[in-house]
Design a protein around this ligand. Structure first.
Ligand code: SAH
Length: 248
């Protein structure tokens, strides 16, 4: 990777990683700096994120993404098959891949322009073993190469829990884990997803509060273990999980 680009010191990221117990070397720091430069550049043409100020990107995107690490077994982080559904500008999947380069990462995104960005980003950061999939989760879940094939599925900002589990759990192997980023009071939302989780083959969720420097607003990770295969009829056709979530 060239070192010609200015790499601002990412102090908030570095301090936060220390607190999260995640070591970051210079190469990884440079990848985060390059990620920022690429995001800022593309965001002028493609609507990727409203959070673009450098401090906010470090806390609300990078560190927030990395809080997932504390919820996953080391083996999954180091060599697992991890899928980020509705990856948008790459959160939380890409920051995790930077700090755990042995992970096999797949990014799934329905919007073509975002997929173009993600593919560029992966190439530009010289990340290896990352697949970028264009399409809706409802359709891609029918692909036998993807269905029930991941150890971990991540989702941030994708949908309400009841729809989210229909869009994500079909991709997990039994024994795998869904980790969903959520904010605020999510008890009711999780309660509304009780039946959907059961139907998709998941166990009742656990909720983990997350803390990292600069992160406020009651952030939690909702963690669902998949215990049995998802029935063939799910997910339903594109749009249905959000439009008509499986009832309580
Ligand atoms: N995870 C990112 C983006 C959140 S916005 C972040 O936290 O910053 C949600 C993203 O999910 C959008 O980019 C949207 O295009 C994508 N998305 C929504 N429904 C989807 C579906 N059914 N399948 C695949 N992607 C979807």
């Amino acid at each position: 990777m060239s070192t010609q680009e200015a790499s601002p010191k990412l102090n908030l990221l570095l301090d936060g990683c220390k607190e999260l117990g995640i070591p970051i070397d210079e190469h990884q720091e440079q990848q985060f700096a390059r990620y920022f430069a690429t995001l800022a550049d593309w965001n002028q043409r493609v609507n990727l994120t409203s959070i673009i100020e450098p401090d906010a990107v470090q806390t609300l995107h990078y560190l927030d993404s990395l809080t997932v690490a504390g919820a996953l077994p080391t083996e999954s982080l180091q060599s697992g098959r991890v899928l980020d559904v509705g990856a948008g500008a790459g959160f939380p999947g890409v920051p995790l891949k930077i700090v755990f380069p042995g992970m096999h990462l797949a990014l799934m995104e329905a919007t073509g322009k975002k997929v173009t960005f993600l593919q560029h980003l992966v190439d530009h950061l010289e990340l290896t073993d990352v697949d970028v999939h264009l399409g809706r989760a409802e359709d891609l879940a029918k692909d036998p190469a993807l269905r029930e094939s991941f150890d971990v599925v991540l989702a941030r900002g994708l949908a309400k829990m009841a729809a989210l589990v229909e869009l994500t759990l079909p991709f997990l192997k039994p024994g795998g884990l869904l980790v969903a980023h959520k904010k605020g009071d999510i008890d009711a939302e999780v309660h509304d997803a009780t039946k959907a989780i059961r139907v998709m083959g998941g166990k009742p969720p656990s909720i983990r509060e997350v803390n990292a420097p600069g992160l406020t607003g009651g952030r939690v990770l909702v963690i669902v273990e998949k215990v049995s295969p998802t029935p063939v009829g799910y997910p339903r056709r594109a749009g249905m999980p959000a439009k008509q979530p499986i009832g309580k």
